[in-house]
Unconditional design. Structure first.
Length: 267
């Protein structure tokens, strides 16, 4: 588990490379879809964090000029806009819909929302170690879920940003935003889109101090303020965030949501 990649982010706690054992587990072959999340909310009446707060983060390039102008932006990541009315049902805010994206991953889903879905479906979020084991697809010490080349033979294997971020996306992989959950070939274990498309929540609290010693069924720190996210998203680009590498990781607070954040389930 982990990496010591020269293009990685040591401050993220990607290393050291360490032997990890996980017990047998099951994991979904793809992220939870809009259709699946709709079934959950219709059955339970669940209201997501984004719906309760009344807003969520949307990539600025997806918004009409007026909405982009009127929506606040975080200084550290000005390509995001805090859009009132943005939620899993309205991914780009008022007027947008998932009707034509039922096979796309549900987004604007917080860690709390993902856990609520898991309780309803009799599943759970994967631990970070389980997620990485599954994402590697049986390969060892490879940069990506399919090997060391990002686009072997010129074939795009994931939905990430091509071009100049954040101003021009050439869409060479075919998708400007989210893609269907099974849009790209699966890895060696049959999992789709473990790189790119949407970030995926894990069960673990965030921590960056890892031992090089062997570990069995690690579950992360006992407490914290942020939860682990894995896999990267359609907004990742080599110029600033090549976190579609299989060992890459980041985090967010459990109530956070955005248009590039979803989850897959395990058991």
């Amino acid at each position: 588990m982990g990496a010591e990649d020269p293009d990685g982010f040591p401050a993220d706690g990607e290393g050291p490379v360490r032997p990890v054992t996980v017990e047998p587990f099951q994991v979904a072959v793809h992220a939870v879809t809009n259709a699946q999340f709709a079934e959950f909310t219709e059955a339970t009446g669940y209201v997501t964090d984004a719906e309760r707060f009344g807003w969520s983060y949307v990539f600025a390039g997806f918004l009409p000029g007026s909405l982009r102008k009127d929506s606040p932006r975080p200084d550290a990541a000005p390509w995001w806009c805090g859009v009132r009315g943005a939620s899993w049902q309205h991914p780009e805010g008022p007027g947008s819909t998932v009707e034509e994206r039922l096979d796309h991953p549900a987004v604007h889903v917080s860690w709390h929302d993902a856990v609520a879905f898991c309780r309803w479906s009799g599943t759970r979020l994967p631990t970070e170690a389980e997620w990485e084991y599954a994402a590697r697809g049986g390969l060892e010490r490879k940069r990506f879920a399919w090997g060391d080349e990002l686009a072997p033979g010129g074939e795009h294997r994931c939905n990430i940003w091509q071009g100049q971020f954040p101003v021009k996306n050439t869409v060479e992989d075919g998708y400007r935003g989210t893609a269907p959950v099974d849009a790209f070939p699966p890895n060696g274990f049959g999992l789709h889109n473990v790189a790119g498309n949407v970030w995926e929540w894990c069960a673990d609290w965030w921590g960056v101090d890892h031992s090089a010693a062997a570990n069995r069924n690690p579950t992360g720190p006992a407490e914290g303020t942020s939860k682990v996210m894995r896999g990267g998203s359609y907004l990742c680009h080599d110029s600033y965030c090549n976190r579609y590498r299989v060992a890459a990781r980041t985090s967010n607070t459990p109530d956070s949501s955005s248009g590039n954040l979803g989850f897959r389930v395990a058991s």
